[in-house]
Design a protein around this ligand. Structure first.
Ligand SMILES: [Zn+2]
Length: 211
């Protein structure tokens, strides 16, 4: 064998061998590819399913978010109403408190007014006082004891004449208008039962310069 023949022979053998292996490798590759494809297909399917589910969840999520927003708005509206109601309630209680405080003040004022009436005696002359010298009285008293007409029930009484034309003879204890004469007196019901032209009023006393 010549040198060139040897080369051709070797080359052919090499090529044949290489061809054989190449073919084997290629077929193996194809096999693998098919196998891979077979394995890959379910994954693709799975992937599609997952994507679909993902979309569905996204939509659900959006719908839930929308619901949350709507509910939040509703809560906020209710909160505003509640706040407004609470404010009105507070206003009501404040007004009630003010009214109660005013009522209390008025009640506290009442004895004060009585005190003023007690101190503001009227235009009649104060003629008698109690033993302690703290309370003064209008009307008749011991200065009239010597008169024939004197009766004990007349003590501290003022006479008011119904007839305005009747002349006042004793201005110390007679008047045409009892409300100006004495500010703290009572209609003497028992004495006045039989009276037609004059009426007795009993002075209940006045505090002068006494606190
Ligand atoms: Zn009086």
């Amino acid at each position: 064998m010549e040198y060139s023949d040897t080369i051709i022979y070797i080359s052919s053998s090499v090529l044949l061998t290489f061809g054989y292996y190449l073919n084997k490798v290629l077929s193996k590759n194809k096999e693998l590819e098919e196998k891979q494809e077979q394995e890959y297909q379910p994954l693709m399917d799975e992937n599609i399913k997952i994507k679909e589910m993902n979309n569905k969840l996204k939509m659900e999520n959006e719908s839930l978010l929308k619901n949350i927003n709507e509910l939040s708005l509703e809560i906020s509206n209710k909160d505003i109403k509640l706040t407004s109601f609470s404010n009105k309630l507070e206003e009501y209680y404040n007004t009630k408190k003010v009214i109660e405080s005013e009522e209390k003040k008025t009640e506290e004022k009442k004895p004060e007014e009585k005190e003023i009436k007690f101190k503001n005696t009227g235009i009649g002359k104060l003629r008698y006082k109690n033993k302690e010298g703290t309370i003064y009285y209008h009307g008749m008293g011991h200065l009239e004891h010597n008169y024939a007409w004197w009766r004990p029930y007349m003590n501290r009484n003022i006479i008011q004449y119904k007839n305005k034309n009747r002349k006042i003879i004793y201005p110390e204890y007679e008047t045409h208008d009892i409300s100006y004469f004495c500010t703290n007196c009572e209609y003497s019901e028992k004495i006045n039962k039989t009276q037609r032209s004059l009426f007795y009023y009993e002075c209940k006393g006045h505090k002068i310069n006494v606190d």
